[in-house]
Design a protein. Structure first.
Length: 401
């Protein structure tokens, strides 16, 4: 992994091995960089993997968080390292512009409209099951369409097991068509984009699907109306004051036409209620209540259950998680105490909110680090993560009040 702490006047070297999992052999010649996260991504040391894929980096002399970055065929792979780490193993994959086995699991649109404007948060979930495993990487690794007149406000991308990072989509040259310049590594990758557009009381969508999707989901407040132009969409009931419509098994190049009308805001209590359910879900039990899932039969686990944290929490919650890797570490007991004793959040810019979120970022970093090091059981990890998710969602909900 990567980062090391110097308890006195000397630092211990960090050793490691880079393995190319596409061929299941050592990956010689890859660039290996030690990054200091305090104050930004600063290079602290650099080397190359030898013929056996092994490397040695001089340990940093400060106690801040660090990352080890390995670059293989133009794609970066990262491992975090807490204080005292002396070795790290990093897996990399061969890369190609187009990889077989990459498919979409979900395309989820959450929208609301009021005062002449519609705002939408859209989540794309992709699964790379390539065999042998490869990373898909190009100038437009994943392409999608935005509605006419849409203005992007913010966007995120998260690789398998990674934290969300800012990743702006770029125009492809075709009208309303954009692409993410972000590697789709083996496993699950998420993209989220938030945007707004003018709204006069109704709007027609005609998105084209450039990656086959298991589920395309539209969520909107109950006060708004949804009208599908075909039988592709089916109602899946309501969830926390929001109506849900789902199209299953959407093929490549399929155009899904639908229209919405009316106005409405996402219910403010949806986040807190969903967070409570998320805490229970952390134990691994699927939510198969009638109407509680997204239209799956009761005997079938809801495939979108794992994404509700993103669906309901939205961009703000994801940014809280994504920002943790740039935070300085403090003792974990301090972070936990700060979360427990933090005052109520008054506004987005209040000092209280800053202290609370800082503490939660610290705790999340420590929790993920312990999971990567195998110092915490899956059950304990899920329980602690669910509790932190609940705290984050409540903090965000209060900040909007």
């Amino acid at each position: 992994m990567l980062f090391i702490v110097a308890p006195s006047s000397f630092a211990i070297n960090i050793t490691g091995t880079v393995t190319n999992k596409t061929v299941d052999k050592a990956s010689p010649g890859d660039d290996v960089v030690l990054l200091k996260l305090s104050g930004g991504m600063q290079e602290a040391a650099r080397t190359k993997a030898d013929n056996q894929g092994k490397f040695t980096l001089p340990g940093p002399e400060d106690e801040g968080p660090h990352l080890v970055r390995v670059t293989h065929e133009g794609v970066n792979y990262f491992k975090p390292a807490p204080a005292g780490t002396t070795s790290v193993q990093i897996d990399v994959y061969d890369a190609a512009k187009q990889v077989g086995g990459v498919a979409g699991r979900a395309n989820i649109m959450r929208l609301q409209a009021d005062s002449g404007q519609m705002t939408i948060t859209q989540l794309f979930v992709l699964q790379n099951n390539s065999k042998p495993p490869r990373t898909q990487m190009s100038e437009h690794s994943f392409e999608f369409m935005l509605p006419e007149g849409a203005i992007v406000d913010s966007s995120l991308a998260a690789g398998p097991g990674g934290m969300p990072v800012n990743s702006p989509p770029v125009p492809t040259g075709e009208k309303n068509r954009y692409g993410f310049v972000f590697p789709i590594r083996p496993g699950e990758t998420k993209f989220q984009v938030s945007y707004h557009l003018p709204y006069s009381g109704s709007f027609s969508f005609k998105p084209e699907v450039f990656t086959p999707m298991e589920d395309v989901v539209v969520m909107l407040p109950k006060s708004m109306q949804f009208n599908a132009a075909s039988s592709d969409f089916a109602s899946s009931g309501e969830e926390k004051g929001m109506n849900i419509f789902v199209a299953h098994n959407v093929p490549l190049r399929k155009q899904l036409a639908f229209a919405i009308s009316g106005t409405g805001q996402i219910p403010p209590d949806a986040q807190d209620n969903e967070a409570a359910e998320g805490q229970a879900a952390g134990g691994g039990a699927p939510d198969n209540r009638p109407g509680g899932g997204l239209g799956r039969p009761e005997e079938t686990p809801d495939p979108l259950h794992a994404y509700r944290w993103w669906i309901i929490g939205g961009l703000g919650a994801a940014l809280v998680v994504g920002a943790i890797v740039i935070m300085n570490q403090r003792p974990r007991t301090q972070a936990a105490a700060a979360i427990t004793n933090a005052p109520s959040v008054k506004s987005a810019g209040s000092p209280a909110r800053g202290s609370l979120l800082e503490a939660m970022k610290e705790e999340l970093f420590q929790l993920e680090t312990e999971r990567l090091q195998g110092k915490i059981s899956d059950a304990d990890y899920q329980q602690a993560k669910a509790a932190l998710d609940l705290t984050i969602k409540r903090a965000i909900a209060r900040s909007k009040a």
